[in-house]
Every structure is written in structure tokens, then in C-alpha cells.
Design a protein around this ligand. Structure first.
Ligand code: 26V
Length: 826
């Protein structure tokens, strides 16, 4: 192994260069030697024969070794310091790839390519061969991953807790313009980043009944499985601190049910195993209505009970008493998915540890806080009382008792208001009786927060207005953020380098420092550098599009991009309507000096969401028509990039000129893609919604394109009786666009294909596309004009990047620590 020899020579190096770079060189060489050792000893292949994926395994094992050292130290520190810990409970963590982030955290990223080259491997291929860990649907799951990065970086004593899904978010393939879902077998080649903790497991029980023996409840469950811990190390940046993401895998109590086995019933034994493992088998890919499936409730209880048992056990190990649990533990519920934490923690404290109701409630209500991520009433979880009774009878009893006491308190504060009692009750009694998980979470929480200013305001004015009256001090806002390590430093090294030149201080961990760029807003040399970087990023994306789809796009065209889950409220359809309008204008006047544009879409549709799938198909049919129309001379291209995921997002954000954030005002809780685009120098075309508003405030209204109805206007229009057909009749362009879709212009082989789209738009148009169409089209005309004034545009770009300081997830986590968890940060 030639590199061991090089390593042995480092004494010579020492004499040549300064000590810091010697340390760096040494670290890199040690790392490289370790990679080669793992390649031979663990992967079992020679450097000469190793392929990219094999180098990847070896390289990640070597990085993992280094992280493990930091990990052991951090845990020892936290145990010694005995400070309050934050526990982030989330059914989703959308991590993506771990390798380049780990190398960056270890400060080994710069030499990695050179070291790999020396052994004949291409670093880019090695990094690309890592599968994404896609244990989440979209924004909510990615936020959890950004939060872990910030918890580690800020050195907060903390754990993430979730589920080790065997299959993550489905892969999306497009066949004849239609979405096909295929399983995401991300663990097929093992996961080098995880540490199975064979000695950490807890029982998880379901079903059965509750007896009252001398007035004390005794739960006799009918099923028992195990939750086994698998840890992932989450490295901090510019610190040696790390944090832990502990994921639970379900397994049978015994690998094979021995009793069944000795009876010779081999298949029954195998069945018990697969039934148990079923619980952590697959992520629910439904980003739309929660369907109230029993397996989903099993999953939620599964990770809640395992995590809480683990937290209690750790606390008892460290303190030997539960008296101070609430002083040392802060639990954050990422939406209502872990809301069973409320009755479960009550149960553990009372039934297993003998606390009284009052003592247990005192603790629970000081430990738990809840983040709400959507205002859509249909998206807030409820569980049929029948399923709860069957699966978790003891928990249902506890929920009833919490409700009894809570409603009595409300009755005392607001006597005689029966309607109020029924609205805030933890049990919905209209129709099938259901447990309201949002209400349950609020009643037990220290703090309840929304994820952007507008969202938090609307939360207390609409869905939770009754609770805001009952608990006026409980509600607060913590605006979302994203980690600048992954979403600028790693995904856009070209831009990061320019920022390094202009900004003093470590902007990677103090993003506010980006404001220093403001002084270069009109600097022509800087503009030229920015243009070079953006063009290179667009070339990189164009090459990816060519490779994946065979479509040629011009990197000099304006790249207009909308990437996110496909949902009617996010209005990808409005974007399509604009593209069609532009197409009409161009063929009507082909000789005009049209700004060349590439309209890029990506995103997955929930598998049962018919309308979302039809929108994907329409995008493909429009793309086929537009991309092949010779009259346009390639000045308009439409591209749908398949299988949107974290690693694809990292290629897309850096290449955008225009970011589409066009949800109906009042519907998008925050958005985080909007932040990633602006941070990478794209200008936003957006509604006055979610975090767009705060982005506008921070980058300046002159540097963002805001259009469309405001929340109050949407509300007013809706009250007055919105008639979409009148908007259709009243706007000849809009009418022509919808008629083209309805007449089968884009699907001549099946002219009625898009009738359902036109029908919903003309009869209901729940998300006010037709009302916003004209303003949206007009705004894009302004975008074209602005884009051509290169200096002006680049000034706006700089002001965008400079204004994004507050959208670091470090700021967000800092606020959670201060205002919700009461944890000190350095
Ligand atoms: C579900 C549904 C189902 C029915 C109709 C509309 C709708 C809308 C959203 C959802 C997802 C709920 C939870 C969620 O993923 N929220 C997202 O959380 C992100 C992180 O806070 C935030 O940036 C997004 O705006 C928000 O949609």
C-alpha cells in the first residue's frame, strides 16, 4: 500500500511547511491510510480493483471511525455536565447523503479529491455512489435533518429520535409521463454510518385490556415486540461536538417464536417475526391526508414508547430519581406524529414509577412542547377511538382523563360555553368518535410554535384560536431555517469560495456575517465572478438533465425552477398555466426577442393523490409539445427532473435564477426550499405567504417579485363567493390557456385526459389559481425585463444572499433553546 509509505515520510514534510498545514496534511494522510485499510480489511477488495461504491464504503468507514471518537467524548461531556438535554422526536428525518458532510465536518473535504485521484478513483463518482437516506416525505423531514446539524454545531446536549425504516421515501420513475413508485431499498448494501446498539432495546406492547386492581390500572397487553436502537452520528461543524440520531428498528421478542417452533409450526414462527418487523418496514409516503391506518398508529406508538423509555432510563442512570426529570429533559414533538408521548409519558411515570396523576402531569406539561407545521385542518391527525381502544386501551383511558380535567378547567374559565367545550375537546364527537392529536399536544405542552411569522399568527387566529384564549402565553413563533453547511458550503462550493473572499469571520457557523456582502452589491468584478459560478452550476445541471432525460437545455437561458412535493395548494398548475401562456405568445409572435427560458419542475406525488399525478402528467405533455416545437427555436424548454430527493436538490438550488414559491397566500406554513434558493442566489417569484414574507423583509422588497392575493384578500374573496368561471370569462388569455388544456392540445391521442383539471379549476378552484393568473403572468414579464439588465439583476442577487443570514437553522435552534427548551448555548 503505497500511501502507508507516504504516511511514514511525514517527518520530512514537517520540516518544510508550517505546523498547522502539517497537521492538516497529516490528518489527510492518516485518513487516506485508514480508507485503504478499510478497503482491504472490511470491503475485501484491492485498490486496483475497487469500484466507486467500494471506495465509498471504505471512505465512510474511515470517516465513521473519526466521528466515533468525537462521539464518545461528547457523550462523556454531557453525562458529566448533567445539563438539560433537548430530545427531538420526529417520525421523519430526511438526511440525504452523509459522506461529504462528514468530510467537511472533519475538515478532510479539501484533500479528499486529491487523495482519491492518487489511488485512481474519481471523488465525484465515489460521493455519487452513496444512496440517500430518505426517511422523510418533504419539508418537515428535511427540517428535522437541518435541526440535527445545528444541534451538533451549537453543541446542544441532544438526541434525535425516530424510526429506522427499512424502506424510505419511494423512488419516482416516470413512464410515458406518468409517475411510477418503486421501493427505496436504501439498506441493500448496508449502512456504514449506523451503529447497531445490540444492548439497547425496549419492549413495545399493544392491545389487550385494562383491569383496575384496588383502584390501580393494570394493562395486560396482547402483543409484545422489541424496539432495537441504531445510532447515527451527526457531526457538528467547526466543533468536535456531535449529536446522536437514535432510530428504532422493530423486531420479534425472539428471532423465531421458540414455542411455535418446537411445536413444529415453522411458518407460524416466521410469521411472528415478519409481523413484528412490519412496524418499522416502510415510511408512510402520504404527504396529503393522514389516512388513519392502524399500522401508522403502531409506528407512532412504537417510536414514542422506545424513545421515552430510553430517556427515562438515561435519566435514572444519571440522577437515580425522577423528581428532577422536568429540569433535565425537554421533548419537542415534530408535528403530532409523536403526540402519543403525552399519554405514554403519563403512563410510564404513573404505572411504572408510581407517581400520582398530579405529580406526573406537573412533569409532563413542563417537558413537552409541540411544533405545528400546517394550517390545513384535514392534515391534522385524528385517530378513531375504536382503533385506539383496540391498540392502546390504557392510553385511551389516560387521554379521557386528561380531557375530563382539561374541560373542567375550561368550564371554570368560560362557564356555560358548551360550543367551546365541544370545539376544544380532545375527542371529536361529530360522526365517528376520534382523538384529536393536535388538541392533545397543545393541552400538554409548555409551548406551541408555528414555523413562520404569518403561520404562527394565523395559527392563533384560525385553527387554534380557542386554545389561544385559554392559554394565551403558550403560543409562539420560531421561523424555520436551513443549514448553511449543506445548503451553501457543500452544494455550491463555487459560491462558497466567493463568499469566503468577501466575508470576514466564519459565515458557515455565523450566517449573519453574510450581510457584509451588501457592500459588494454593485461591484462589477464581483458580479462577473458570480456570473461565472452561476453559469458553471447551470452547466452542471444541464449535463445532469442531458444524462437523465436526453433533453438539451441552454445554460445561458433563464432557469426558472419549482421543486417541492406536488400539491394543489403549492400550485405547480399555476406555473404550468404561465408556461402555456408564454408558449401561446411566442408562437403568435415568433420573431420577437423572447428571453430564452428553461422551466424546471421536480417533486413526488403521494401515491393515492390522483390530481397531483395528473399534474405531473400534464407537465410532461406540455414539455413534449413545447420542447419539440421548431417555431420556438429552443427559446422555451420544460423539464421535469425525476426522483426529486436531497442529493438532486443539491444540484438544483445552485443552478436557479428564479425560485417559484407560489402557494395560495395563507396555505404554506413556511417553506424551506424558498430559503435554499435565495441563499444560492436565485430571485424569488412568490406570494405573500409563509417565510416568503420574512425573506422579502430581509432581502428588501425591491429584490424579490411578490404577486397575487394576500391572505385577507383570499379570505374576503372566499366569503363573497368566489366564482372562478367569471375570471375565466373575463380574461381572454386565461380562457385560451384553459381551453387548450381542455381541448386536448397537449394530449391529442386522448383529448379528454385533462378534463378533470379544467373542471376543478372552473367549478371550485379551491386555491384561487384563476384569480392570481394575471398578476403572475405580469410578474414574469417583469422578471424577463429585470433579467436582461444584468448589473441590476446581479445587484439583486447579492442583496438576496446578503440578506439570508437569519435563515440559518442555527438561529432557529438558538431560539428553540432560549425560548422553549431553556437550554443555554455557548
Ligand atoms: C399535509 C396536507 C394534507 C392535506 C392538505 C394539505 C396538506 C398540507 C401539508 C401537509 C403536510 C403537513 C406537515 C408538513 O410537512 N408541513 C411542512 O413543514 C415544513 C417544515 O416546517 C414547512 O416548511 C412547510 O411549509 C410545511 O408544509
Amino acid at each position: 500500500m503505497k500511501n502507508f509509505a507516504r504516511f511514514a515520510n511525514r517527518g520530512v514534510l514537517m520540516n518544510k511547511i508550517g505546523s498547522e498545514s502539517v497537521d492538516q496534511a497529516t490528518a489527510s494522510e492518516q485518513y487516506q491510510a485508514s480508507v485503504e485499510r478499510h478497503l482491504s480489511n472490511d470491503v475485501g477488495v484491492s485498490a486496483e480493483n475497487a469500484r466507486a461504491a467500494e471506495w465509498q464504503r471504505a471512505a465512510s468507514m474511515a470517516a465513521r471511525d473519526k466521528l466515533a471518537e468525537r462521539w464518545v467524548k461528547t457523550q462523556q461531556e454531557d453525562t458529566n455536565n448533567q445539563e438539560r438535554r433537548a430530545y427531538y422526536l420526529s417520525a421523519e428525518f430526511l438526511i440525504g447523503r452523509a459522506m461529504s458532510n462528514a468530510l467537511a465536518a472533519l475538515n478532510l473535504d479539501k484533500d479528499f479529491a486529491t487523495e482519491m485521484k492518487k489511488v485512481g478513483a474519481e471523488a465525484a463518482d465515489v460521493l455519487e455512489s452513496e444512496p440517500d437516506a430518505a426517511l422523510g416525505n418533504g419539508g418537515l423531514g428535511r427540517l428535522a435533518a437541518c435541526f440535527l446539524d445545528s444541534l451538533a454545531t451549537l453543541g446542544v446536549p441532544s438526541f434525535g429520535y425516530g424510526i429506522r425504516y427499512e424502506f424510505g421515501m419511494f423512488s419516482q420513475r416516470i413512464v410515458d409521463g406518468k409517475q411510477i413508485e418503486t421501493p427505496d431499498n436504501w439498506l441493500a448494501f448496508g449502512n456504514p454510518w449506523e451503529f447497531p446498539r445490540r444492548d439497547v432495546f425496549y419492549p413495545v406492547q399493544y392491545g389487550g385490556w385494562v383491569d383496575y386492581v384496588n383502584g390501580r390500572p393494570v394493562w395486560t397487553p396482547s402483543e409484545r415486540i422489541l424496539a432495537r436502537a441504531y445510532d447515527m452520528v451527526i457531526p457538528g461543524h467547526s466543533t468536535e461536538r456531535v449529536t446522536t440520531l437514535r432510530l428504532w428498528k422493530a423486531s420479534a421478542l425472539e428471532e423465531l417464536d421458540l414455542a411455535a417452533h418446537t411445536r413444529g409450526d415453522y411458518f407460524r414462527a416466521a410469521e411472528a417475526r415478519s409481523k413484528a418487523e412490519n412496524v418499522s418496514w416502510v415510511l408512510y409516503p402520504d404527504d396529503s391526508t393522514p389516512q388513519g391506518r392502524e399500522l401508522r398508529l403502531r409506528q407512532e406508538y412504537f417510536f414514542v414508547t422506545a424513545s421515552l423509555q430510553d430517556i427515562v432510563a438515561r435519566h435514572l442512570r444519571e440522577f437515580g430519581t425522577l423528581d428532577n426529570l422536568h429540569e433535565k429533559v425537554a421533548i419537542q414533538l415534530n408535528d403530532t406524529h409523536p403526540a402519543l408521548s403525552v399519554p405514554e409519558l403519563m403512563r410510564l411515570l404513573m404505572d411504572d414509577h408510581g407517581l400520582t396523576w398530579e405529580a406526573a402531569w406537573y412533569q409532563v406539561s413542563r417537558i413537552i412542547s409541540y411544533t405545528n407545521h400546517t394550517l390545513m385542518p384535514e392534515a391534522i391527525e385524528t385517530w378513531p377511538v375504536g382503533i385506539m381502544q383496540y391498540l392502546l386501551p390504557r392510553h385511551l383511558d389516560i387521554v379521557y382523563e386528561i380531557n375530563r380535567r382539561f374541560l373542567a378547567e375550561v368550564e371554570r374559565k368560560f362557564p356555560g360555553d358548551k360550543a367551546l367545550l365541544s370545539r376544544v375537546s380532545l375527542i371529536a364527537e361529530d360522526g365517528e368518535k376520534r382523538v384529536r392529536m393536535g388538541n392533545l399536544s397543545i393541552v400538554a405542552s409548555t409551548k406551541v410554535n408555528g414555523v413562520a411569522k404569518l403561520h404562527s399568527d394565523l395559527m392563533v387566529q384560525t385553527i387554534f384560536s380557542d386554545f389561544a384564549k385559554i392559554f394565551p402565553d403558550r403560543f409562539t413563533n420560531v421561523t424555520n431555517g436551513v443549514t448553511p453547511r449543506r445548503w451553501l458550503s457543500q452544494c455550491n462550493p463555487g459560491l462558497a469560495k466567493l463568499v469566503d473572499k468577501k466575508v470576514k469571520g466564519n459565515w458557515r457557523v455565523e450566517l449573519d456575517k453574510l450581510s457584509q456582502l451588501g457592500k459588494s452589491a454593485e461591484d462589477k468584478a464581483f458580479h462577473a465572478d458570480l456570473t461565472k459560478v452561476k453559469t458553471a452550476n447551470k452547466e452542471r445541471l444541464a449535463a445532469y438533465i442531458k444524462r437523465e432525460l436526453g433533453i438539451t437545455v441552454d445554460p445561458n437561458a433563464l432557469f426558472d425552477i419549482q421543486v417541492k412535493r406536488i400539491h394543489e395548494y403549492k400550485r405547480q398548475l399555476l406555473n404550468v398555466l404561465h408556461v402555456i401562456q408564454r408558449y401561446r405568445e411566442m408562437i403568435a409572435n415568433p420573431e420577437a426577442d423572447w428571453q430564452p427560458r428553461v422551466h424546471i419542475f421536480a417533486g413526488k406525488a403521494a401515491s393515492a393523490y390522483k390530481m397531483a399525478k395528473l399534474i405531473i402528467r400534464l407537465i410532461h405533455d406540455v414539455a413534449r409539445t413545447v420542447n419539440n416545437d421548431p417555431r420556438l427555436k429552443d427559446r422555451l424548454k420544460v423539464v421535469f427532473i425525476p426522483d426529486y430527493r436531497v442529493s438532486v436538490a443539491e444540484k438544483i438550488f445552485p443552478a436557479a435564477d428564479v425560485s417559484e414559491q407560489i402557494s395560495t397566500a395563507g396555505t404554506e406554513a413556511s417553506g424551506t426550499g424558498n430559503m435554499k434558493f435565495a441563499l444560492n442566489g436565485a430571485l424569488t417569484v412568490g406570494t405573500w405567504d409563509g417565510a416568503n414574507i420574512e425573506i422579502a423583509e430581509n432581502v428588501g422588497l425591491d429584490n424579490i417579485f411578490v404577486f397575487g392575493l394576500r391572505t385577507e384578500e383570499v379570505e374576503k374573496l372566499s366569503q363573497e363567493g368566489y366564482n372562478p368561471r367569471a375570471w375565466y370569462e373575463g380574461n381572454a388569455d386565461l380562457k385560451a390557456v384553459l381551453d387548450m388544456i381542455g381541448n386536448g392540445y397537449f394530449a391529442p391521442e386522448e383529448p379528454t385526459r385533462y378534463q378533470p383539471i379544467v373542471d376543478t379549476l372552473l367549478t371550485r378552484d379551491q386555491y384561487f389559481l384563476l384569480a392570481d393568473f394575471a398578476a403572475y403572468v405580469e410578474t414574469h414579464r417583469q422578471v424577463d425585463v429585470a433579467y436582461r439588465d444584468r448589473e441590476q439583476w446581479l445587484t439583486k442577487v447579492v442583496r438576496n444572499i446578503a440578506g439570508m443570514g437569519m435563515f440559518s437553522s442555527d438561529r432557529t435552534i438558538g431560539e428553540y433553546c432560549q425560548r422553549i427548551w431553556k437550554i443555554k448555548t455557548k
